[in-house]
Design a binder for this molecule. Structure first.
Ligand code: MN
Length: 356
């Protein structure tokens, strides 16, 4: 097990790399999509929440992440003592019609294949992704211990998704008025299978593992659209779609714990035994959909030490990152929250490794 740190795009600088190393990280998970791009309601000092208008604007559809760009970031990370473990998330600009089943789907599958080959060429072993129409949407601010600010879900979220938006980002600002066409769970799984079976052979050749994040928040539908992995059993459905070990999971412990059915410890036990866990988001939560709250890593419903013992016992050799953390009251709320989570995780990982 390795301790990693997740960097948003705007955090790819020396100060953040040094901070992560100081927290004990040896590995980096990098978000190359700028979720905050021209977004009205987000602050870069916290995870993006967004409102009904989404997080921000998608990137340039014609600008794929190049080998040169990736190699430069990798060299920078390595110079600061960090290994690049994964890229997290695709830009809606590059794959909106894959999610929507639109006319440019095959052209965009070629783009994703190019990105996968570029990652392979640079030696980035994992691409995390989130196959979702509404994306991470509909959450609100709440508080936990000591009135620390956190993210929560306070009931179902039904307001429809405007045309030109997918995955909570605007990919077409000239889109006509109206809303995303409705679809069914069955049709959405067909879109997912089409994508997966097209890209997995390329991932195998490139030596890159694709890692699916579950739906956060894990509601059956959100903003009127179906969700994919919103119960633990749907992770097994994903495994059954394609037998390649390159078809794997970005296992988000917090999200799986928020699901209304199943047990997060049993679920991660099953899939880490299968060798399908590429990397892990490890955070704590209190409650389940449609009412839950993210909390400090040492409170909440998840037995973090138990999760780590299971992973260690199953020979999990991948990276664990703290995902999000509460904002702590001080001059650097985000840094303090992350440092607390990193220190806690580091100690619990060492204990699990010692068999405690
Ligand atoms: Mn997560």
């Amino acid at each position: 097990m390795k301790l990693g740190f997740g960097f948003y795009r705007h955090m790819l600088d020396e100060a953040h790399f040094r901070f992560a190393r100081q927290c004990g990280a040896t590995h980096a998970v990098v978000h190359l999509v700028d979720y905050f791009n021209q977004g009205g309601s987000n602050t870069r000092t916290d995870q993006p929440i967004g409102d009904r208008h989404g997080w921000g604007h998608a990137g340039d559809p014609d600008k794929l992440w190049t080998v040169e760009e990736l190699a430069a970031i990798k060299a920078d990370l390595n110079r600061h003592g960090l290994e690049w473990a994964a890229v997290e998330n695709l830009d809606p600009a590059h794959w909106h019609d894959i999610l929507l089943g639109g006319p440019r789907r095959d052209e965009q599958i070629d783009k994703v294949c190019t990105i996968i080959r570029n990652l392979g060429e640079v030696g980035i072993p994992v691409l995390g992704y989130n196959f979702s129409l509404a994306g991470v949407a509909g959450r609100v601010k709440a508080t936990t211990r000591g009135d620390a600010e956190v993210v929560a879900l306070a009931g179902a979220v039904d307001d429809p998704i405007p045309k030109g938006m997918v995955w909570n980002m605007v990919y077409d600002r000239e889109a006509e008025p109206g809303f995303m066409a409705p679809t069914t769970h069955e049709e959405f799984w067909d879109r997912f299978a089409y994508f997966l079976n097209a890209v997995i052979p390329v991932a195998e050749e490139a030596g890159v593992t694709l890692a699916l994040h579950p739906d956060d928040p894990p509601m059956p539908t959100l903003r009127g659209q179906p969700r994919l992995v919103y119960q633990p059993r749907f992770y097994q459905k994903m495994v059954d779609l394609n037998p390649s070990p390159r078809n794997a999971m970005e296992f988000c412990v917090g999200t799986v714990a928020e699901m209304s059915e199943g047990d997060v410890a049993e679920t991660i036990d099953l899939h880490s035994q299968q060798g399908r866990v590429a990397y892990v988001h490890l955070r704590n939560v209190r409650g389940k959909v449609p009412h839950y709250s993210e909390v400090f890593i040492d409170e909440g419903d998840v037995d973090i030490a138990k999760i780590l013992r299971i992973l260690h016992g199953n020979g999990f050799d991948g990276v664990i990152i703290p995902d999000h953390a509460p904002q702590m009251t001080c001059d650097a709320p985000w840094h303090a929250g992350m440092a607390f989570a990193m220190g806690y995780l580091k100690a619990k990982m060492e204990a699990a490794t010692r068999g405690e």
